[in-house]
Each structure stands twice: as structure tokens, then as C-alpha cells.
Design a protein around this ligand. Structure first.
Ligand SMILES: [Ca+2]
Ligand SMILES: [Ca+2]
Ligand SMILES: [Ca+2]
Ligand SMILES: [Ca+2]
Length: 509
């Protein structure tokens, strides 16, 4: 307690707030209690811990006393505190238990909640979010719909799996899912349980970051279904190996407009339209995404826009790369039907195939500019040339798989031939997390060429190193001069020794 000029102040700090009470000891005019003023300051976010292997008190307050299941933490967060809550989850596999229909075990799902960020990928020792190492597969945190734990490859034994591993209903952007693998959903039930095996958003605007949706199944939207005016944001997410028995192997959008930034869709398939993404009366935005090896038995191996003459989907895609997608009928890369519009800017469509027509693009209402289209396409700035991917079939020598290296090699006609008027958003990066624009003009495709190449001659050598000293700012000591973004490998606004580690990797390469 502090006392100053008769004023008594008491400070109380809890795990998530700091309360300051000032009391002047006098009697107020109305004859009540002494005059007091209270200021409460939220000093940190409320954190709940989940670790399947924790053996302590299971109250969620520390790693040692972590809840062993996510559902307990979600119920705690739902009643807690009015604060922004983070749920930190240690690596392991977690299955849902909360049923939307108590009589049907397959309705078990994890529900996203406003004001709650669910964060996976922890080792179970961290005390700050940025200590997570999401590249460490030992900490992979899996949300699985395989309730019986008996799934095998190729969707074997998924008959009893949850319809939707995750659901989001009326959640806003403060509902966050960050750092998970979501797998094993099987939305093959009656409405609404036939859409969104991985996640069913109906409606809402949740935020999904660093998440992989793998090997989920549904009639529509194997990985994700967005309905009823949903506009979620997905950043650095992957959709892999998801299956739709109808449309939208990776995602199905129905009157919805998600934004996908730096996302990869690889090896998703639809038994009808839209191997990667199917859009119906929807306006999704894709920025710096790659679509690899997706397939539709009917139309739109990569992206399918529209479902008939009355449909008016509009998909905006910027700096996206399409490679190795296949349509059994029309539109290996993209298929645009009716009055829908598919807009492609700074994109590469190469090596896609269609059995009847439109290997790269089907649909005359496509608006294509500053893009590299195999076979050519009319529009300002388009080129037909080979993009010269670094290793288009990857180490496994199989085109259309996740290891395909779609970065540009030196001499690529896609270098510095994107829209000359393109201005990146603040902090916008390419798919490697480097500056979106290098050498004064954006490239075509998801990867920007030229990190480390200060003098922009498409070689990283001693001539570039000669500029290192003039660009080096030291840690957290930016900004640097224009052009020095070529040395900011971490894209954190400074040029320091940890960037130099990146420079050494590309030097002479
Ligand atoms: Ca199963
Ligand atoms: Ca490959
Ligand atoms: Ca460039
Ligand atoms: Ca150079």
C-alpha cells in the first residue's frame, strides 16, 4: 500500500490483470463510503494450457497443470474473464468430444469462439508464443476427427469419424486457430453435415493461421466449407489431399468470400468440379498462393467459378502459381462458367491439363493480365514463355506433389514482368517470407526472385556482398536504404547477422 497526501492506494495484481484502487479516506457528499476510484488494467492475456501428457492438477493454469483435452480449455475460455484468451496446446493428437447432437457421436466438433486464440505447436515448456517452433514436427499438434483412432491411408475406416473436426458459427476475426494439422473429418451426412470435413464456417469471419488441412472428406469442401456470407482469413495455410465427393476438394465457397494469403493447395480432388476450390455466388481473394496437382473429375482442376448461367462468382487472384492441376473436362488451371469472372494478375499457369478444353484456363470471361500462361492468353502484359521453375517435379521426380519447387530460376521470363503499377501491402511478402517486390518490379508467381541479389543481375556473388556493409543496420535498427531489402532475409525491417546466414545459403548458388 502507498500513502501520499492522505491518499491510500492499493494495487492488486492477478495473473491477467492489475487493479489499482485509490482511496482519499474522506466522506463523500452523499454520506456513503469514502471516495474511491478503481482503475483496472489488463496486463496480459489470459492463457490456458493444454497438454495431452500433463499429469498435474488439470486446471489449465500452467503447463504442469495443463488440461489434457482441448474441450475443457474451450469450456473454461467460454466462461472466463471477458478477456482475450489464448489456449496453448502442446504437440499431440486431440479429438473432439462436444456433440452438437448429443445422440450422434459424429457431430462431435471443436467450436471456434470469439475472443479465443487456439494455438498449437508447443513443446510444452514455452512461456511466450514466439518461442514456438512450428517447423519442429515433434510438436505437431493434430486435431483429428478419427474418433475411433482406426483410420488408414486412402480414407480407410472414416465411417465413424466426426463430420466436421472444427466448426465456426457467428465467430468474428478474434476467433483464431493458429498452428494445427486438421485431419480426418468426414462430412458425408445429412444437411448441414455434408460440407466442410476439416472446418465448417457458417457463417463467420474467423482467422486461420499456419494450419494444414489434410486428408479430410466431404460431399462439398473436403478441407473447408464457407457458407451464408462467410469471409474468413487464411494466412500461411495448406490444404493437402482433401476429397470432395461433389465439389471443392480443398475448399467450397457458397455465397462466401474468404481471403487466402500465402496458402498452398496440393493434391486435393473433387469427384465433380473444383479440385482445389469451388466457388458458387462467391468472391474469394487469393494472394501469393500456389495450387499444385489438384484435380476435378469434371471441371476446374485448380479453381472452379460458377455453377451455371445464373451464377456470378468473382475470384481475384494475384501472384498465384498453378502447376500440374488436372480437369477431366474443362479448365485444368481455372474454369469459369456463365457470368462469373476469374481475374488473374501476376500469375503463372503452367503444366496444367484438361481432357476436353482449356488446359490452363477455360472461360472467356477470365480477365488475365501480366501473367505467364502456357499456350498464351490475350490481355495486357501476358507472356507464353516457360517460367523456368527451379525444380518443377521436386526431389521425388513426380510432378504435382508437395515437394515441387516452383521458385523461378535465373533467366525466367517471369522475373520483373508483373504489373509495373503493383504496390505491395505493408509487410506483404512472397511465399518464402521475403520482400514481395525485389529489383523495383514484382515478378509473376508466388515466389519473388532475387533475394541476396542487390545489383539485380540474377547472380548472387561478390559484387552483391560488396554492398552488404552499407546495408547492415544491426538487430532491430532499421530502416535500411532502398534496395537493401535484398538482404533482409527475415523481412523484419533490419539487416543483421541472422540475415547474413540466409545470404550465405544463396551466395554463389
Ligand atoms: Ca475412423
Ligand atoms: Ca514432386
Ligand atoms: Ca522482382
Ligand atoms: Ca548480383
Amino acid at each position: 500500500m502507498l500513502t501520499h497526501k492522505g491518499l491510500q492506494a492499493t494495487a492488486t495484481s492477478g495473473p491477467d490483470s492489475f487493479e489499482f484502487v485509490a482511496n482519499d479516506g474522506g466522506t463523500p457528499p452523499d454520506g456513503g463510503d469514502s471516495n474511491t476510484a478503481t482503475i483496472s488494467i489488463i496486463t496480459q492475456r489470459h492463457i490456458l494450457f493444454v497438454d495431452a501428457e500433463a499429469t498435474g492438477g488439470h486446471n489449465g493454469l500452467t503447463w504442469a497443470d495443463a488440461y489434457v483435452d482441448l474441450q475443457s480449455a474451450l469450456e473454461d475460455a467460454a466462461v472466463s474473464h471477458g478477456l482475450t484468451t489464448e489456449i496453448w496446446i502442446a504437440g499431440g493428437t486431440y479429438t473432439p468430444s462436444e456433440r452438437t447432437d448429443p445422440s450422434n457421436p459424429r457431430t462431435a466438433t471443436f467450436a471456434l469462439v470469439r475472443g479465443v486464440a487456439i494455438c498449437g505447436g508447443f513443446a510444452g515448456t514455452e512461456n511466450s508464443l514466439n518461442q514456438r517452433d512450428l517447423s519442429n514436427l515433434a510438436n505437431e499438434t493434430i486435431l483429428s476427427g478419427d474418433l475411433a483412432g482406426n483410420d488408414g491411408p486412402g480414407f480407410l475406416n472414416n465411417e465413424e469419424n466426426s463430420y466436421h473436426v472444427l466448426t465456426s458459427s457467428d465467430a468474428d476475426e478474434t476467433a483464431v486457430l493458429d498452428g494445427f494439422t486438421v485431419t480426418g473429418g468426414n462430412a458425408n451426412g445429412d444437411s448441414p453435415h455434408y460440407q466442410g470435413g476439416g472446418i465448417y464456417v457458417a457463417p463467420g469471419t474467423p482467422t486461420l493461421v499456419n494450419c494444414t488441412f489434410a486428408d479430410n472428406a466431404a460431399e462439398y469442401g473436403g478441407g473447408m466449407s464457407n457458407r451464408y456470407g462467410s469471409s474468413p482469413t487464411l494466412i500461411n495455410c495448406t490444404f493437402s489431399g482433401n476429397l470432395a465427393d461433389e465439389d471443392g476438394g480443398g475448399l467450397s465457397n457458397h455465397y462466401s468470400s474468404p481471403t487466402l494469403i500465402a496458402c498452398t493447395l496440393v493434391g486435393n480432388s473433387a469427384n465433380d468440379d473444383g479440385g482445389g476450390i469451388r466457388n458458387y455466388y462467391s468472391e474469394p481473394v487469393l494472394i501469393t498462393c500456389q495450387l499444385i496437382g489438384n484435380s476435378g473429375i469434371d471441371n476446374g482442376g485448380g479453381v472452379y467459378d460458377g455453377s451455371g448461367s445464373s451464377s456470378t462468382s468473382q475470384t481475384l487472384m494475384t501472384n498465384c502459381t498453378f502447376w500440374g492441376n488436372h480437369a477431366g473436362d474443362r479448365g485444368g488451371g481455372t474454369c469459369t462458367i456463365g457470368s462469373s469472372v476469374t481475374q488473374l494478375t501476376n500469375c503463372i499457369l503452367w503444366g496444367n491439363t484438361a481432357d476436353s478444353s482449356g488446359a490452363q484456363i477455360y472461360g472467356t470471361s477470365s480477365v488475365v493480365t501480366y501473367s505467364c500462361i502456357q499456350g498464351g492468353w490475350s490481355g495486357t502484359g501476358n507472356i507464353p514463355g516457360d517460367p523456368l521453375f527451379v525444380d518443377p517435379d521436386g526431389p521425388d521426380d513426380i510432378p504435382g506433389t508437395a515437394d515441387d519447387n516452383l521458385r523461378l530460376s535465373d533467366g525466367s521470363p517471369c522475373i520483373n514482368t508483373g504489373d509495373p503499377g503493383f504496390v505491395p501491402e505493408p509487410a506483404e511478402t512472397d511465399l518464402d517470407g521475403h520482400a514481395r517486390v525485389l529489383c523495383d518490379r514484382v515478378d509473376m508467381g508466388a515466389y519473388e526472385f532475387g533475394i541476396g541479389d542487390y545489383d539485380c543481375n540474377e547472380v548472387v556473388d561478390g559484387d552483391d556482398f560488396a554492398y552488404w556493409g552499407t546495408c547492415m543496420t544491426g538487430p532491430d535498427n532499421g530502416p535500411y536504404d532502398l534496395g537493401c531489402e535484398a538482404f533482409d532475409f527475415e523481412f523484419d525491417g533490419d539487416v543483421d547477422l541472422s540475415d547474413f546466414a540466409g545470404f550465405q545459403v544463396v551466395f554463389g548458388g
